[in-house]
Design a protein around this ligand. Structure first.
Ligand code: ZN
Ligand code: ZN
Length: 656
């Protein structure tokens, strides 16, 4: 061999028939280290091939490779390069595999080798290699009889979905179609999966329909595509047709419903799954089901799942514990959340984050800060969600100094750049604490455009601290920003003008919005009674008992009025007269839920309601009065925190 010392590349006649330049320095060292006592020293090409068939580890592989070179074994055993490439691929040394492949002796490598390399590279992120190899393969002389087969197409399509390369994926799809491979199970599955990744569900379904045979992967990919892109109607259609449902398909359904905000359906599916004998709940399913409970505030169901985990001896992994802490906290049982948290022998950032955020929504800012400091003492670094949680905690407890020091040191201490959500939290903190000028200055100097959440936080501060002058000034400022075409502000602005009684301003903004229909969020409230969920919309007409509920609500509001409640119509749309406005706030979803609870539960029991939006001032006042008149504890979790109404007062001290 022509080894030149000091040079990293050495000419290797054994593999090269004179034109190859491949031998890495480690391979060269392996040659020098070889001794006669070493079991890996073999001069016989057949024994070398046998050694390779045992899939040696990388250092041994390099020694064998070295000997293939030294003893010029390829000439008498031409399959050695194939075996070497195989072994390098299984040792994940793709660079060596690819280099050997590039200098493959004539004739060109067989299709199997191309496939192995394409597949190996398709698993890497940001790697163009599979498509490059595919094009090289297509450019081969047809006389070589090396053509892409169904596996080649499968791996190239898979690689296109990993690389987010739809354009090339569609080209490859066209080529597979010409070769009649489109209906093949493997190619078809890869295509369904690719189109599902890109949300092109029509194309995915078309491929599915044209396949001659389906396996569990075909069904799951299609189901997953619909569920991931929020089309749960189509997902349900597919799901009922699946011949055999497994834990993956159930997970897809349950997590799909959670992702689409259909929590009741998610839990219904979870219960259906429990009735399926062939499937056992796994971590992913439990975490999804708990997440649905957390959103709904479904304490009984959450509790039941906790017991179920214990009974089935499903290991309480970090993910499950994080979900349990979150669920208990969001169901109003911070004591149970704390018990799960304290029971952990080791805590990671997710456990801490869940606990801190839970304490924050309960208005327990000091406890949230305490856990945060405990986390730092245990050398667990907070992430952006943890910091959001702790800022939120400071905000609900008026801890301005602690919150400020965290906000201003996020980047230097923990490497987290404040995002718009962190600014939102901090502005909220300053506004609630009455530092309104400081908050407004902060908003004006933010590095990004303030969003509707931030303006709302600022104006909420003005409302709490009854500062109408500043509110007016802020509204004018927003008016300028909105008229400059900053989106999302219109609804807010129109509501603001309405709350200040400036109806001409409201009309102006509505005009400005013109045809663009700004959709305001629909208010929804949930209540769980005897394991059944009831959902109420504003001015609901869907609930089967709605007539009785409305009747009851009228009676409840009458009594509340006698208890001192006066309707507050400031936040209602402008084009209604005073009487209509009172009607509009009267039908808010949480009031309907309370009326329903009062007619369906025994006197004296607590009422738990979850609302998807922040509760309005009128409902807040009404619920305080109702709690007193009816002698009931009413616990409402709105988007921002818990309110516990008791004897005419709320745990938030009207500070929300
Ligand atoms: Zn309301
Ligand atoms: Zn409150």
């Amino acid at each position: 061999m022509h080894a030149s010392s000091g040079n990293k590349v050495i000419a290797l006649p054994g593999l090269t028939t004179g034109r190859l330049h491949f031998c890495s320095s480690t391979t060269f060292l392996a040659i020098r280290r070889s001794t006669k006592n070493d079991p890996f020293v073999q001069s016989n090409p057949k024994s070398l091939s046998e050694l390779l068939s045992h899939r040696p580890r990388l250092p041994q592989l390099k020694q064998i490779h070295a000997q293939v070179v030294v003893f010029q074994a390829v000439s008498s055993y031409p399959s050695l390069p194939d075996s070497l490439i195989h072994c390098y691929v299984s040792s994940k040394d793709l660079t060596s595999a690819r280099t050997l492949f590039n200098y493959y002796p004539f004739p060109p490598p067989p299709t199997l080798l191309w496939n192995i390399l394409i597949r190996a590279h398709s698993k890497l992120r940001n790697c163009q290699e599979p498509f490059k190899l595919f094009r090289q393969m297509l450019a081969l002389d047809p006389a070589s009889l090396v053509f892409p087969d169904k596996y080649t197409f499968t791996f190239v399509v898979t690689s296109c979905s990993h690389q987010a390369d739809l354009v090339n994926g569609e080209i490859v799809h066209g080529m597979a179609g010409k070769k009649g491979l489109e209906s093949d199970l493997y190619v078809g599955n890869a295509l369904i999966s690719m189109y599902s990744v890109f949300g092109k569900m029509e194309d995915a379904h078309k491929v599915f329909d044209e396949m001659s045979d389906w396996d569990v992967f075909s069904w799951t990919s299609l189901l997953c595509g619909y569920a991931k892109h929020g089309d749960m109607c189509r997902a349900c259609e597919i799901f009922v047709q699946i011949p055999v449902r497994n834990s993956v398909s159930w997970t897809v359904m349950i997590s799909g419903f959670v992702g689409a905000g259909k929590y009741v359906e998610a839990l219904n599916n979870f219960h259906d799954m429990l009735c399926d004998d062939k499937v056992q709940a796994n971590e992913a399913i439990i975490v999804c089901a708990l997440s649905a409970c957390a959103h709904l505030g479904a304490l009984d169901q959450g509790n039941w799942i906790h017991v179920y985990i214990g009974k089935l001896r499903i290991p309480e992994s970090s993910n499950i514990c994080t979900a349990l802490i979150d669920t208990y906290a969001k169901c109003g049982r911070i004591d149970c959340a704390t018990r799960v948290f304290n029971g952990l022998s080791r805590r990671d950032v997710h456990n801490y984050t869940s606990m801190i955020s839970g304490l924050a929504i309960h208005g327990l800012g000091k406890d949230a800060l305490h856990v945060f400091h405990q986390m730092l003492a245990e050398n667990v670094d907070p992430n952006e969600v943890t910091l959001l949680g702790v800022l939120n905690g400071c905000s609900h407890s008026g801890l301005v100094e602690d919150g400020s020091s965290i906000f201003y040191n996020m980047e230097s201490l923990w490497g987290v750049m404040p995002k718009i959500e962190h600014y939102g939290c901090y502005v909220d903190l300053l506004s609630r604490a009455g530092c309104l000028e400081r908050a407004f200055d902060m908003v004006k100097s933010m590095p990004m455009n303030p969003d509707i959440v931030i303006w709302r936080a600022l104006l909420n501060g003005c409302r709490i601290h009854r500062n109408a002058n500043l509110a007016e000034c802020i509204v004018n400022h927003i008016g300028q920003v909105v008229s400059r075409g900053c989106n999302g502000g219109e609804v807010l602005l129109s509501n603001l003008y309405a709350s200040l009684g400036r109806w001409e301003g409201v009309a102006q903004v509505r005009k400005l919005m013109g045809e663009r229909k700004a959709e305001s969020n629909l208010g929804l409230s949930w209540i769980e009674l005897g394991g059944v969920f009831h959902e109420f919309q504003v001015a609901d007409s869907l609930h089967p008992q709605i007539t009785e509920i409305r009747h009851k609500l009228k009676e409840v509001m009458e009594k509340a009025r006698l208890g001192g409640y006066v309707a507050n119509t400031m936040q209602v749309s402008f084009d209604l007269n005073e009487e209509d406005k009172e009607q509009a706030v009267a039908w808010h979803s949480e009031k309907l839920a309370v009326a329903f609870a009062l007619m369906s539960t025994p006197p004296g029991t607590s009422i738990r309601i979850v609302k998807n939006l922040r509760t309005c001032e009128d409902c807040h006042t009404a619920l305080k009065a109702i709690s007193k008149v009816y002698g009931r504890e009413i616990i409402v979790r709105d988007r921002s925190r818990f309110h516990s109404f008791r004897q005419g007062d709320c745990s938030c001290n009207d500070y929300w």
